[in-house]
Design a protein around this ligand. Sequence first.
Ligand code: ADP
Ligand code: 5GP
Length: 205
Amino acid sequence: MSRGNLFVISAPSGAGKSTILKKLLVAVDNLAFSVSHTTRAPRPGESDGREYHFVDRATFEGMRTDQAFLEWAEVHGNLYGTSRAAIEEQQAKGIDVFLDIDVQGAHQLREQRIQGAIFLFIAPPSWGELERRLRGRGTDPEETVQLRLNNARQEMQDAGRYDYLVINDQLDEAVDVLRAVVIAERCKGRRSPNGQPIDWEKVKG
Ligand code: ADP
Ligand code: 5GP
């Protein structure tokens, strides 16, 4: 069984990463979303175990001490981390895993030189549109919006370090681009476009 890839995806808050990923997970087989742990409070409509595992600071710090995280970072004043065990289980089953993590977390994974990790950066079509989307989402108070906009300037500086850059202008086009990347990376790893291993003996004849 060939191992699944690890797609590491970052974007400034409000660029549309969660929206794109939700559509991608429906459109592509054998793909899983890595559910991070966070100390942030759930937004309206979010549920524990789906968007995040919502934990208190003491629980998060306990997991960190136990080396349970592949990477972790403090983002916009909250702690976020990727569980090592959950990722490993999916990849071992040949499933590609998407990590929605910030630029600091992506940097940590690049340093770890993890095999099969592919880095994607999603950017909004313009600064004005990013601001509109952040406010339009209507889930964050104004001071949180300001904090996220300030951080976005810094995060955008990192875009050049990623393998792929995707501009999220038209949503469906951005989803198509991501789908194309997933399929191309599967073919690079000698797997079929749907993620299944290729029976090479049968192909060779
Ligand atoms: P992120 O996960 O990157 O913080 P979200 O997926 O929550 O961002 O998107 C932020 C807001 O922008 C949401 O209200 C979403 O519906 C909207 N949005 C996402 N992509 C697009 C797009 N291509 N065009 C217009 N609005 C979009
Ligand atoms: P939000 O609070 O809007 O869901 O996410 C805020 C930021 O935290 C986003 O940039 C998101 O990618 C990042 N993030 C979510 N989970 C993780 C994680 O496990 N690790 C790291 N480093 N960042 C994360």
